[in-house]
Write a protein of this length. Structure first.
Ligand code: GAF
Length: 385
C-alpha cells in the first residue's frame, strides 16, 4: 500500500502545486476463464491489494503533463496533438484522453503523477489499472459524469487504440468493479455480473511470478483473437444466428471448422470448453468444493498450454511441479500468457514451504528469480480521501 500523503507529496514535489484528487485503481487476478472475454464468454476475476495510484490537478493551459515514478520520466503533450507515442507508458493515459475527446467530453489541461505497486509485466494488469486510474481521476477532476462501466470501456479502447492489444474487458472491469473478499462473475456479452464470496477456509491464493516477459505477447494475443473470429465466421456460413463462440457448440465446430482448419478448430474448442470449466468451477466454489475448483484450474492450464498455445516452459514447469503436493489443490497460468504468473490454490500452512522449495529449483532450471506474491481480493477503483 502507498499512502495518500506520499502520492500527494510526490505530486507537489514534481509539479510545484497541490493535487486536487488522488485515485487508487488495482491490478487483478482471474480464478478461471482465460481468453473467454473477447468471445462474449464469462470470466471470474477480482482486484488485488496492489494498485496504480494517480494524483491529478488542473492546469491553466492546454497541456497534459505526466510523471511516472517507475521510470522517473516526464511526458508532455498539447491536448490538440494527442497521438500514440514511442515512449510506451504515456499511451495508457493518452488513450484514455483520446476516448474523452471522441465522446466530446469537456476537459482541459492537467498534471498527473503516477506511481504504484503492481509488478509490471507480471500479468496482473498494471496497464488496465493505469487506464482505469486515469479515467477515474479525470472523471472526478472534470466532473464528466461517467459511470464505472464507462470507465472500464474507455480503458479497454485505450488498450486497443494506443497499446495495440485487442483485449477483452476483463482487466478493466475487475479493476473498477471488484468487491473485497469476492470474485466477479462477469458475463462479457451483456456485462451483467455478480459478486461471489471467495471463501477459501484453510486455503489461500498465491501467485508465482516467472519473471518472463514475452516481447511477442501482444501480436500472439491478437492472432488468437483473429483465430476465434475466423472460427465464428466458418460456423456462421451455416448458422447465421451465431454471434460469437459463446453461441457455438463443440458439435458445430466438429462439423464446420475442423474439416477446414485443425488449428483454428483446436483454439475455438478450447474457448468453448473454458467457458464450461468456468461455470463448473463457479458452481463448485458456491458449494464450497475447493478440490473441484482446483481440478478445473489444472484442466484449464492443460488447455491453455496444449490447445490455445499461450503458455511457456517456465509456466508449464511451475504448474507441473506443484502437482506432487496434496496441499496444492490446483494451479494454472493466468492472464494473456507467454509469461507472467501462475495462480495456485494452496493450503495456508504450506505456502511458505512451497515457496522455499520451488524457488531454488526454478532458479537452477531457468536462471531466473521466482517471485511469490500473496494477494488479497480487494475493492475496485476508489478516490483516496
Ligand atoms: C489479457 C487481456 F487483457 C484480457 O482481456 C483477457 O483476454 C486475458 O488476457 C486472457 O483471459 O489480460
Amino acid at each position: 500500500m502507498i499512502s495518500k500523503e506520499q502520492i500527494e507529496n510526490r505530486y507537489t514535489h514534481v509539479f510545484e502545486s497541490k493535487p486536487t484528487h488522488t485515485v487508487r485503481s488495482p491490478g487483478r487476478i482471474n480464478i478461471i476463464g482465460e481468453h473467454t472475454d473477447y468471445n462474449e464468454g464469462f470470466v471470474l476475476p477480482t482486484a488485488i491489494d496492489k494498485a496504480i495510484y494517480v494524483a491529478v490537478g488542473k492546469r491553466e493551459d492546454d497541456l497534459i503533463r505526466l510523471y511516472a515514478e517507475d521510470f522517473k520520466a516526464y511526458f508532455e503533450i498539447r491536448i490538440a496533438d494527442i497521438h500514440p507515442v514511442e515512449e510506451g507508458w504515456p499511451n495508457y493515459v493518452l488513450g484514455v484522453v483520446a476516448q474523452l475527446q471522441e465522446r466530446k467530453l469537456p476537459f482541459g489541461g492537467f498534471n498527473m503523477y503516477i506511481d504504484g505497486d503492481v509488478p509490471l509485466g507480471a500479468g496482473l494488469s498494471s496497464s488496465a489499472a493505469l487506464e482505469c486510474a486515469a479515467g477515474f481521476a479525470l472523471n472526478v477532476l472534470f466532473d464528466l459524469q461517467l459511470q464505472r462501466v464507462d470507465i472500464a470501456k474507455i480503458g479497454q479502447l485505450a488498450e486497443h487504440n494506443y497499446a495495440g492489444v485487442k483485449c477483452g474487458i476483463m482487466d478493466q472491469f475487475a479493476s473498477v468493479l471488484s468487491k473485497a473478499g469476492h470474485v466477479v462473475k462477469l458475463d462479457c456479452r451483456d456485462l451483467s455480473f455478480t459478486h461471489i464470496p471467495l471463501e477459501l477456509g484453510e486455503y489461500a491464493i498465491i501467485l508465482l511470478n516467472t519473471n518472463v516477459k514475452h516481447s511477442l505477447a501482444s501480436s500472439a494475443y491478437n492472432d488468437r483473437r483473429a483465430s476465434c473470429e475466423e472460427g465464428v465466421r466458418l460456423v456462421q456460413e451455416k448458422h447465421a444466428e451465431v454471434n460469437s463462440l459463446r453461441d457455438v457448440s463443440i458439435a458445430m465446430l466438429d462439423e464446420l471448422v475442423r474439416p477446414v482448419d485443425e488449428d483454428i478448430y483446436t483454439k475455438c474448442r478450447f474457448v468453448v470448453e473454458e467457458n464450461q470449466r468456468l461455470n463448473d468451477a463457479c458452481a463448485a466454489l458456491e458449494r464450497g468444493d475447493l478440490e473441484e475448483v482446483g481440478r478445473q484450474l489444472f484442466r484449464a492450464h492443460a488447455g491453455l498450454s496444449k490447445e490455445y498455445d499461450v503458455s511457456c516452459p517456465e509456466l508449464d514447469f511451475l504448474v507441473e511441479y506443484v502437482k506432487e503436493f496434496p496441499e496444492v489443490l490446483g494451479a494454472r497460468m493466468m492472464g494473456g500468457g507467454f509469461g507472467g504468473c501462475t495462480i495456485n490454490l494452496v493450503k495456508k500452512s504450506f505456502q511458505d514451504l512451497l515457496i522455499e522449495r520451488v524457488t531454488p529449483i526454478y532458479k537452477a532450471k531457468f536462471g531466473l528469480e521466482l517471485t511469490a506474491i500473496k494477494v488479497i481480493p480487494s475493492n475496485g477503483t476508489e478516490i483516496l480521501i
